[in-house]
Ligand binder design. Structure first.
Ligand code: SDX
Length: 447
């Protein structure tokens, strides 16, 4: 809490405190009153400013922060980012170590539980996910209802939300066992829903999960199995996909995770909250950026067109998709790892010709003052699409590839939010700019 101070704070003549206090002393020049506001973990509580009033019937001060540029919405122990240094850690483990040594399912366990699993815990977790990969048969007829050219992300959005109707007990969010089985189901079923959307787009029969296969391999199986009795994924592609899934698993309070937390704060079931996350990730400024990057590279088409494109960016006519980040003002550590994974995939699939354009675009941008001044570096979306395209996916599947692994981050953040005693239904205020007290005029008398 904080308090209103009538007297001057104990600031010595040389401007130094008598004793150092973690508080902010605020003077309201409208009234001359001073207020001490506590500083906690590098933040001040917005509600502490409500006491600053000019009269007893004054509502008090609010803080105004469109797009939450400088607002912490929660306390979280899941993911740590240092944007200036380009550091990303899941539960304290550097992303570089996890990408090199771990697997996506092990990382999903880490995000949800907070620690790396023992072998027995990992085996049980993997078993639970594996036996929950099937979806209700009605989901297939639901999927058939989409147009042949429906965007897979729209199909995923609809089908994830629809899962809440198959598990009506999922809204018992105070029951730990219930929360756990919904966690398992969401992580397990996202690849199945994604693959069904892909097969629907291609007019191909849906492929059921093969529980003998590893998580990424099973996803490739559901995407690409045709008439062979058993699909055998290339282990190099499986490993590359697993690394991509690790890199995309969580990223603290990004737009889609904030959407999951906000919607989840109404105590709705986790399927509906995750569907909100899918909707937010769909946007071209967020998870849809990997799709926008490929469309941009195809439009550039040749290296010699890059200078004109970059000029268009500087004139504000274009946006360099896959560059820039709200937090990273340095190279996104995930982009660096993805760039390495791309080489492994291209060994199998052959190099994506757009890679040379992407590398040249990055080289030019990193030397250009416009981008340097704005601290615009490649982010996670700049290179990932090149891999997905090399794997034979249409660009419309790229945001879906982001949503699959991000599900473990979304559900980990949802679990943390529903158990956080500080949290309640999220309901921001506003600055009202409209008119007041207008008299209703019958339609016949309106000008
Ligand atoms: C993801 O939040 C997360 O963690 C997200 C994510 C995750 O894992 O969840 O990391 C995943 O969404 C990565 C970002 C993918 N999006 C893109 O690649 C789209 C292109 N990037 C931008 O639109 C932009 O950089 C954002 C949206 C990522 C960040 O936007 P900000 O922080 O709101 O920055 P801004 O739009 O205010 O830009 C600041 C300046 C502006 O210039 P001025 O108007 O001040 O002159 O930088 C310019 C912008 O015009 N700018 C760009 C640019 N990004 C910012 N100019 C050209 N190309 C760009 N990509």
């Amino acid at each position: 809490m904080s308090s209103e101070t009538e007297t001057q704070p104990d600031v010595a003549q040389d401007g130094h405190h008598g004793e150092r206090r973690d508080t902010l002393t605020v003077t309201d020049n409208r009234t001359g009153k001073q207020y001490d506001v506590e500083i906690d973990d590098g933040t001040v509580r917005s509600i502490d400013f409500r006491q600053i009033k000019v009269s007893d019937d004054d509502f008090g001060l609010m803080t105004y922060d469109p797009a939450y540029l400088n607002t912490a919405s929660c306390r979280s122990a899941i993911t740590f980012l240092d944007g200036e240094a380009g550091v990303l850690e899941y539960r304290g483990y550097p992303i570089e170590q996890l990408a090199e040594n771990s697997s996506y399912l092990e990382v999903a366990y880490l995000l949800v539980h907070g620690d790396l699993p023992t072998q027995a815990e990992l085996d049980e977790w993997t078993h639970q996910v594996t036996i929950h990969t099937f979806v209700h048969e009605n989901v297939k007829s639901f999927m058939q209802g989409f147009r042949h050219d429906a965007h897979p992300m729209g199909m995923l959005l609809g089908s994830v939300g629809a899962l809440s109707t198959f598990y009506p007990d999922a809204n018992e969010i105070d029951d730990p066992e219930n929360r756990y089985i919904q966690t398992i189901r969401l992580i397990a079923k996202m690849p199945t829903l994604a693959a069904f959307a892909f097969r629907h787009s291609n007019g191909q029969p849906y492929v059921y999960p093969d529980n003998d296969l590893w998580y990424p391999g099973n996803f490739l199986n559901m995407l690409y199995k045709m008439t062979e009795l058993k699909y055998e994924p290339d282990p190099r592609l499986e490993r590359a996909l697993d690394i991509l899934f690790i890199l995309h698993a969580d990223h603290e309070q990004n737009c889609s995770t904030s959407a999951v937390r906000q919607v989840g704060s109404s105590r709705v079931d986790p399927y509906s909250a995750v569907a909100a996350g899918v909707g937010a990730l769909y946007g071209p400024l967020h998870g849809g950026a990997n799709e926008a990057v490929l469309r941009m590279l195809h439009r550039i088409e040749r290296k010699e067109n890059i200078p004109d494109f970059v000029a268009g960016v500087k004139e504000g006519k274009e946006r360099l998709m896959g560059f820039g980040h709200r937090v990273y003002k340095n190279y996104d550590p995930r982009a660096r790892i993805i760039k390495q994974a791309a080489d492994d995939v291209f060994e199998v699939t052959g190099k994506n010709p757009l890679l040379d354009i992407a590398l040249e675009l990055e080289r030019i941008a990193l030397e250009d003052d416009y981008f340097i001044e704005r601290k615009l570096y490649p982010n996670v979306d700049f290179y990932s699409g090149l891999i997905y395209e090399a794997l034979g996916m249409p660009v419309s599947m790229f945001p879906v590839m982001f949503a699959i692994p991000r599900t473990s981050g979304w559900i980990a953040q949802w679990l943390e939010m529903v158990q956080d005693k500080e949290q309640k239904i999220a309901r921001p205020r506003q600055i009202y700019t409209g008119q007041r007290g207008r008299e209703y005029v019958p339609v016949g008398q309106r000008g």
